[in-house]
Design a protein around this ligand. Sequence first.
Ligand SMILES: CC(C)(COP(=O)(O)OP(=O)(O)OC[C@H]1O[C@@H](n2cnc3c(N)ncnc32)[C@H](O)[C@@H]1OP(=O)(O)O)[C@@H](O)C(=O)NCCC(=O)NCCS
Length: 151
Amino acid sequence: MLRNVAEGDIPIFFEHQRDPEATRMALFPPRDRDAFTAHWQKILASDDVTKKTVLFEGAVAGNILIFDREGKRLVGYWIGREFWGKGLATKALAELITEVSERPLYAYVATANVGSIRVLEKCGFTLSGHETEFDERLGEKIEEALFVLKS
Ligand SMILES: CC(C)(COP(=O)(O)OP(=O)(O)OC[C@H]1O[C@@H](n2cnc3c(N)ncnc32)[C@H](O)[C@@H]1OP(=O)(O)O)[C@@H](O)C(=O)NCCC(=O)NCCS
């Protein structure tokens, strides 16, 4: 259900990331089309980012990434709303951590994002701590949990 990302997937990811319910859940403000396309061009060009498209019955259902932030290898994923509740995020993360041997892997998640926390726990991630930070794009303080996969 994971394959390499194709350029043609980016407009679909764009629609997923601007869904108001998803951005509220993830506490991640949407990018406009130009900013989003530029962001993904950088991802596609980077050997440091592991990136996969999540498929459901042949359709592009979302994406999953591993990238660097402040010396940590972080996991991130985004599933389009029409594909929620089918176990896709759990299956995608389980498959990715089987394919990729690097450890530890980390994930930041908004403390209210119970769905994403459940996905991480089902895949063996454990809570490592909480962080509150001022998010410049949102213009507000957000509370995040840091999860880790040690082995
Ligand atoms: C969070 C998200 C990744 C979940 O994807 P999904 O494919 O629907 O998740 P799954 O179907 O694998 O669900 C895994 C578990 O979480 C639960 N869950 C999923 N969404 C939930 C929600 N909104 N509220 C409560 N539980 C939820 C499921 O019931 C399931 O638990 P169970 O196995 O005990 O029944 C998806 O909603 C999403 O992409 N949201 C927007 C972006 C985002 O939040 N990304 C993560 C940033 S850290």
